[in-house]
Write a protein that binds this ligand. Structure first.
Ligand SMILES: O=C(CO)[C@H](O)[C@H](O)COP(=O)(O)O
Length: 231
């Protein structure tokens, strides 16, 4: 089965959790994009909901489908956020941020009563860290921030280095918030809570892609069907 079919199955499962009148957070990435497409079909058929997107890309997609959009100034809480992930461990801790939207994704998920992750089975891991951890950093003082993060990598036994994210055209990638992303190769993250605290202690770090204890349900599509995982 094609990967996109699996993503679609996971997204369709998440759609069953969406009730009329809900305030929704819309994730970013190829799986979240499929969810937004499916939600758009429902909205076109008369379904009512209001959504906060986690990126400019998702906002444009949702608007083009006629989905009503709002923000976290107007809405104080959201009922549900549906988003993808780069890695999912057995406790539903996540690595996110391959799409560069981790800051808004984390703000939106933290403002939601529930976060549901949709993914194909390739995202399941025993221990987080094989996927490089995205770290969003301020442009100012990049060198100093890089040095502090490198020390943290050493402290946490990282097996690889730190790379400033580039666009496919070879330019420095800039997030919707105007920041840079450093991708940190750990190989294995054995103490994610401690790593999270250490990273957030660095003045130039805006946010990182570890989403710890934020997700309670994941719909993971495999060729044998969609598994519902709970934390
Ligand atoms: O965190 C993200 C974007 O910042 C995405 O949700 C994550 O990268 C998964 O993307 P995809 O569904 O394309 O595999």
């Amino acid at each position: 089965m094609m990967n996109d079919d699996l993503k679609r199955q996971a997204a369709a499962m998440a759609l069953t959790q969406v009730q009329p009148g809900m305030r929704l957070g819309l994730g970013t990435g190829s799986t979240a994009k499929i969810f937004v497409d499916l939600l758009g079909e429902k909205v076109a058929a008369g379904f009512d909901c209001i959504c906060v997107p986690t990126s400019e890309f998702t906002g444009r997609q949702a608007a083009s489908l006629g989905i009503k959009l709002s923000d976290l100034e107007t809405l104080d809480r959201l009922d549900l956020t549906v988003d993808g992930a780069d890695e999912i461990d057995p406790g539903l801790n996540l690595i996110k941020g391959a799409g560069g939207a981790l800051l808004r994704e984390k703000i939106v998920a933290a403002s939601s009563d529930a976060m549901v992750v949709i993914a194909d089975g390739s995202k399941l891991v025993e221990t987080l860290g094989k996927f490089p951890l995205p770290i969003e950093v301020n442009r100012f003082g990049l060198g100093a921030t890089q040095r502090s993060i490198s020390d943290i990598l050493t402290k946490h036994g990282a097996q690889g280095g730190l790379k400033l994210r580039q666009t496919p055209a070879g330019e420095t990638f800039v997030t919707d918030g105007g920041h840079f992303i450093l991708d940190a190769s750990f190989g294995r993250i054995s103490r994610p809570e401690a790593l999270s605290r250490d990273l957030l202690d660095v003045a130039g770090v805006v946010q990182h892609g570890l989403f710890l204890k934020m997700c309670k349900t994941a719909y993971v599509a495999t060729p044998d069907g969609v598994r519902t995982l709970s934390a």
